[in-house]
Ligand binder design. Structure first.
Ligand SMILES: Cc1cc2nc3c(=O)[nH]c(=O)nc-3n(C[C@H](O)[C@H](O)[C@H](O)COP(=O)(O)O)c2cc1C
Length: 228
């Protein structure tokens, strides 16, 4: 499966096959992490650890994401780790974003983790298997990009984005309603990067050349955009 196709099959995996940790795959995954594309000007670091180094979480392994604290750094980690989430699931592994789990070893640069391992649940069969808002609630147009953006994972499934299509540009603004009350911390910043990855993959799948990915504004006026 391509990363684009995986958008329609992925799920948050919370049940893992403990008998098959498949340590042989770890260097390949670390190699992928070391070379993965990030947003301009960003340079998050990623480290694979075993469950023994975590407090909470579901998976036998986790990818810890580190970067100096800033909104752009969190959006970038969302964007980058979502590519990894899709890549892991395209390889037949399971993965899950986890804002609630933390590494035992404290670091001021730690931002979030993605758990992964051998999944014990099958992939989704298609769009109907997803619990999401209607496209009309998140976008001013119903098209392939909006449908793939709709399936992006988000903390507490809030889907805190509103897409606007204009001339050769897609912009996703933060939909602030309820965010402050429901979400701990600023997990929605990761969500904005995650949706940007789904937007980029769909544009590329449609044969468009993505010329610029950007983070605009800040706080609840933040948006992400893709120009093609
Ligand atoms: C930034 C972020 C943090 C998340 N944190 C958790 C978590 O701590 N625990 C959990 O069970 N799921 C967590 N999730 C998974 C979401 O609940 C899940 O993506 C959403 O409900 C949609 O379900 P799906 O990914 O299966 O499509 C997180 C997702 C994101 C994007």
């Amino acid at each position: 499966m391509t990363l684009y196709e995986t958008i329609f099959a992925r799920r948050s995996v919370r049940q893992y096959d403990e008998a098959l940790p498949d340590a042989a795959a770890l260097p390949e995954i670390q190699g992928y992490l070391d070379n993965v594309g990030q947003l301009p000007g960003q340079s998050a670091r990623f480290e694979i650890v075993g469950r023994d180094r975590l407090k909470g979480g579901f998976a036998p392994y986790a990818i810890l994401a580190y970067a100096a604290e800033s909104e752009a750094a969190c959006v970038n980690i969302g964007y980058t780790l979502q590519g990894i989430d899709l890549w892991l699931q395209s390889q037949g592994l399971g993965s899950v974003w986890c804002g609630m789990a933390t590494p035992l070893e404290k670091s001021p640069e730690y931002r979030i983790l993605l758990g992964f391992g051998q999944t014990s649940v099958p992939p989704r069969k298609g769009e109907d298997d997803f619990k999401r808002k209607d496209v009309s609630e998140i976008s001013n147009e119903d098209n392939a990009v909006a449908r793939a953006a709709r399936l992006a994972p988000s903390a507490v499934n809030l889907q805190p984005w509103l897409l606007t299509f204009s001339d050769r540009q897609v912009e996703a603004k933060v939909n602030v309603r309820g965010i402050g009350r429901v979400l701990p911390g600023r997990l929605w910043l990761f969500d904005m990067g995650i949706v940007l990855k789904h937007i980029e993959l769909t544009l590329t799948h449609e044969g468009k050349v993505v010329k610029e990915l950007a983070i605009n504004g800040s706080g609840k006026s933040l948006s992400v955009s893709a120009r093609y």
